[in-house]
Design a binder for this molecule. Structure first.
Ligand code: UDP
Length: 313
């Protein structure tokens, strides 16, 4: 296959480039480098099967030659990033989705949109199955990301229904691992950085809010299987083992052996406005349709992530 991956210089995009190249495919990686980093893909330069194009996907995309699959992964993805870049976040998820869908249609390529558990908002049911419509505040600070992704899903289904494009909707739950940015503001790099530098771990609020963390390699496997499946309905890919943020802080202290204390703070900015109180995927569909379930437990994944961050602090 010849595959276009947008957001190729990001955390997930770069791991996807590695996977598709390892499977013997040709990869065109596209990124505007707002939040991505060339460091994540510099090891691919010199590989004849890889080509990098610096481009903003909310401008028209011109790509010569055949394309078999388009994976639209470009977007700021941490709450800090989309608070800082609200308009690019909305554009990449709306105009960028339209442009990548248009390209997929023109090339008769399979299309995958990287959607998110944020489409469920602050969910009123837990765990969340794909059939849940969500509970999103459209005008809150997270709305730029949540609504752009919801629009992306609607647009993807419209191209599927109206133009017959073979589409995939991937709903990604919290994912972590090497190549996350140390200062992207998310809880995983924040706590690891704080633990490695002896600073207090900053739990927002009482820390009773929950998340379910999956290691990147499990996600990449799920993505690969989903692309090759014929599944047009949304599929949750995440690790169903749910923990509180306070327990997560304790896990980071255990894995790093850090003596940092855990403190509770109430950020005064928009960071925790509409912060989902619970989040956990129901992965029945992924199990049934893809034969997929996560393999890496939190402590193993954290150990590998901490090793990566050790060189960066
Ligand atoms: N969080 C925290 N301390 C931090 C960063 C985040 O307690 O230094 C909390 C945040 O309030 C949220 C959870 O950790 O409840 C996960 O936040 P993250 O930014 O990683 O991603 P989200 O799942 O909210 O998109």
């Amino acid at each position: 296959m010849r595959v276009l991956i947008t957001g190729a210089a990001g955390f997930l995009g770069s791991h996807l480039c590695d996977r598709f190249l390892a499977e013997g495919h040709d990869v065109v990686g596209m990124d505007n480098l707002i939040t991505g980093s060339m460091k994540n893909i510099e090891h691919l330069f010199g590989n004849d099967h890889f080509k990098f194009v610096k481009h903003n996907v909310y401008n028209y995309i011109y790509l010569e030659g055949e394309v078999d699959a388009v994976l639209h992964f470009a977007s700021p993805a941490s709450p800090n990033d989309y608070l800082e870049h609200p308009i690019p976040t909305m554009k990449v998820g709306s105009i960028g989705t339209m442009n990548t869908l248009g390209l997929a249609r023109a090339k008769e390529a399979t299309y995958m949109i990287a959607s998110t558990s944020e489409v469920y908002g602050d969910p009123q049911i837990n765990p969340q199955p794909e059939s849940y419509w969500g509970h999103v505040n459209p005008i809150g600070p997270r709305g730029v990301y949540d609504e752009a992704k919801r629009f992306s899903e609607a647009m993807t289904m419209a191209y599927h229904r109206y133009h017959g494009v073979d589409t995939r909707i991937l709903r990604i739950f919290n994912t972590y691992g090497p190549r996350m940015r140390l200062h992207d503001g998310r809880v995983v790099p924040n706590f690891i950085y704080q633990a490695l530098t002896g600073q207090p771990l900053t739990v927002y609020g009482d820390g009773q809010q929950t998340r379910s963390f999956q290691f990147y390699s499990d996600l990449v496997e799920g993505i690969y299987r989903l692309l090759l499946s014929g599944e047009n309905d949304p599929v949750n890919i995440g690790n169903p083992s749910e923990i509180t943020i306070l327990q997560f802080a304790e896990a980071v202290l255990e894995v790093t052996g850090s003596k940092s204390e855990i403190i509770h703070i109430e950020p005064k900015d928009d960071r925790i406005t509409d912060d989902p109180k619970v989040r956990r995927p129901n992965i029945t569909r992924a199990k049934e349709v893809l034969g997929w379930e996560p393999q890496v437990d939190l402590h193993d994944g954290l150990r590998q992530t901490v090793e990566y961050f050790k060189d960066k602090v």
